[in-house]
Design a protein around this ligand. Structure first.
Ligand code: SF4
Ligand code: SF4
Length: 592
């Protein structure tokens, strides 16, 4: 496809702007080899310098001028400047090249271009096995990782596909695969890396092909082979592979019996047999887990240059509803940079992320919001004459849609904005509103609520977020659940858009209690606007000040996290709140 340009040897220097109009600057590092290269390889024969081959995880070497691998794109050689001896006057490759394709004076180039949307697919790296000190990586050369083993068994790998012991090149008689080496471990990677069980089962078949009589052990906590992969698991079991349930405590070369001499010994508690075992083998393969690569986007954004990530470094998305969305509008994550997955899933993921990117370009070209308010044409309007430059809006915007001028006045990037209204809820001056959703509109709705007076008559005002809590209320009604009649509800874009002034207005009008219902927040957040629900709960501290000022009980304002599936909790939540308010007595502002 002529419309696809691929830049290799490149890194992002900066990204600014907004969806539909990102300005991207990339640095292209010198390859020292021009497009005239035919990949004949004559230069390699002449080059006197060597470097570790990172494609084979350092298990062999290449020359300083090398082809990254046999499927490299473009199919051109490259010089590793860190190992090249050109500074010592060497020009051996230049002299060997018949096509005059080597330019040792090549300089880095910067390329600037515009992009409508960005897909980040920077992938993963194996967990550093050196951190697994009990498993002997780095100490014993015959303890290797699963990615190293994959290269070892590959026909274009360092041994041309022959599985032999790295320490002495001898054939093996026994081998152990250690599952969850770092994964599902609170001290390393607490999550499952998704592919290692299948990878080890597959690698066991490589061993069986080359060594029909070898003893092959797989040590596991649980074997995870979802869906029809179960058939593959059974096939490997039928090929005489021993699966032992238990976490390997130690790999050592200290023998305790003659049959352990010259071997690596795995000490493991076999949880099915209920005893500690010592298994001697010739080689150990650690199924190390996945860690995401840094995205290296260098965003020129008020809230920082990197994509926000979760505690493990994966680009954060609302993975249940919107798996490809990141917290930066117009930038989509695909593959293992957002969560561990296998190749087939990553390919599907890429299609999904690209479709989202196309959708984003189309929407922003019409001035519309992207998800979850797709098609919304409204934008926050700032009455800046009254702005005190407090910076709350620019700090709290979940999508870094607001930049600041040198004084700290907010500047909106419309195409980055997802119309959540968090800025409207944040502004203490109440100067941020939308044409179709404003401080005045909500205040008028509050004023229109009838506040009944008299013995036992209550009024509760609920602010329910439109993404989870309000649809949950609908579901409760559809299921004919009875909800106390004292509740009146104002749907809001997000609890983050609830300004403290709404609560003060409602309470000073005599409304007895305020119920704030929003999405779950925290680690497994469900908030469609990332942190609106969390911010609302934090702002409760300011609400308490308002209540103190009004001399009202703090319990008159209640915050609940509600998932759409929890609609059946609503009657109980409201009834409990009614009971609490009855005990407190009516709001003393009633009737004023
Ligand atoms: S509406 Fe939401 S996304 Fe837009 S500027 Fe305000 S806080 Fe940011
Ligand atoms: S929150 Fe309001 S007052 Fe503060 S910087 Fe933003 S617009 Fe200005």
């Amino acid at each position: 496809n002529r419309r696809i340009a691929v830049f290799t040897n490149a890194e992002v220097e900066s990204i600014s702007g907004e969806p539909g109009n990102f300005e991207v600057s990339i640095r292209i590092n010198p390859r020292f080899v021009t497009d005239a290269c035919t990949a004949c390889g004559e230069c390699v024969k002449a080059c006197p310098a060597e470097r570790p081959n990172e494609f084979n995880y350092g298990m062999d070497k290449t020359k300083a001028i090398y082809l990254p691998h046999e499927m490299a794109f473009p199919m051109k050689y490259v010089i590793d400047a860190a190992y090249c001896k050109k500074d010592e006057g060497c020009k051996a490759c230049v002299e060997a090249c018949k096509y005059d394709a080597i330019d040792l004076a090549m300089q880095p180039k910067t390329l600037n271009f515009k992009a409508g949307a960005i897909v980040v697919a920077t992938g993963w790296k194996p967990y550093d096995a050196n951190k697994l000190t009990n498993l002997g990586f780095g100490k014993y050369p015959d303890v290797i990782t699963n990615v190293m083993f994959e290269r070892l068994a590959s026909p274009n790998g360092p041994t041309r596909g022959k599985i032999i012991r790295p320490s002495d090149g001898k054939p093996i008689e026994s081998i152990a695969f250690v599952q969850c080496a770092g994964s599902r471990d609170e001290n390393h990677l607490p999550y499952c890396s998704a592919v290692c069980c299948l990878a080890s089962l597959k690698q066991a078949t490589y061993v069986r092909e080359q060594y029909p009589n070898a003893e092959i052990y797989i040590f596991y906590i649980d074997v995870r082979t979802p869906s029809l992969y179960e058939d593959f698991y059974r096939r490997v079991m039928s090929e005489g592979v021993y699966l032992i349930r238990g976490k390997v405590a130690e790999v050592t070369d200290i023998a305790k019996s003659p049959e352990e001499e010259g071997k690596l010994i795995l000490r493991v508690e076999d949880t099915l047999l209920g005893r500690v075992r010592r298994i001697p083998v010739d080689m150990v393969v650690l199924a190390t887990g996945m860690q995401p690569n840094a995205t290296g986007l260098s965003l020129k954004y008020r809230q920082g240059g990197e994509l926000p990530t979760n505690e493990y470094g994966f680009a954060v998305s609302n993975f249940i509803c919107f798996p490809y969305e990141t917290q930066r509008t117009g930038i989509y994550a695909a593959g293992c940079v957002r969560q561990p997955m296998d190749v087939a899933t990553a390919v599907e993921d890429a299609s999904g992320a690209v479709l989202k990117a196309i959708q984003c370009i189309e929407l922003v070209s019409k001035g519309m919001a992207t998800f979850p308010r797709s098609g919304d044409l409204s934008l926050p309007i700032f009455f800046l004459q009254r702005c005190t430059q407090c910076k709350r809006c620019t700090e709290e915007c979940p999508f870094s849609a607001l930049e600041e001028d040198e004084k700290g006045t907010p500047i909106l990037n419309p195409a980055r904005c997802r119309r959540c209204g968090t800025c409207m809820g944040a502004c203490p001056e109440r100067i941020i509103s939308f044409k179709n959703y404003s401080i005045d509109m909500i205040s008028s709705m509050i004023k229109a609520i009838e506040v009944p007076e008299g013995e036992g008559k209550l009024r509760i005002l609920g602010f329910f977020c439109e993404n989870d809590a309000y649809p949950a209320l609908d579901m409760a009604a559809m299921n004919r659940l009875k909800i106390d009649a004292s509740l009146r509800v104002i749907p809001v874009r997000c609890l983050g858009s609830v300004n403290v002034v709404f609560i003060a207005d409602a309470l000073s009008r005599g409304i007895d209690g305020i119920l704030l219902a929003g999405c779950k927040y925290g680690e497994d957040y469900q908030c469609h606007f990332i942190k609106g629900s969390e911010l609302a709960s934090k702002r409760m501290e300011n609400v308490q000040e308002t209540l103190q000022r009004l001399m009202l009980e703090p319990e008159r304002v209640k915050f609940v996290e509600l998932a759409i599936s929890e609609y059946d909790r609503i009657p109980e939540i409201v009834n409990e709140f009614v009971e609490e308010l009855r005990k407190m007595g009516p709001n003393p502002y009633k009737g004023f």
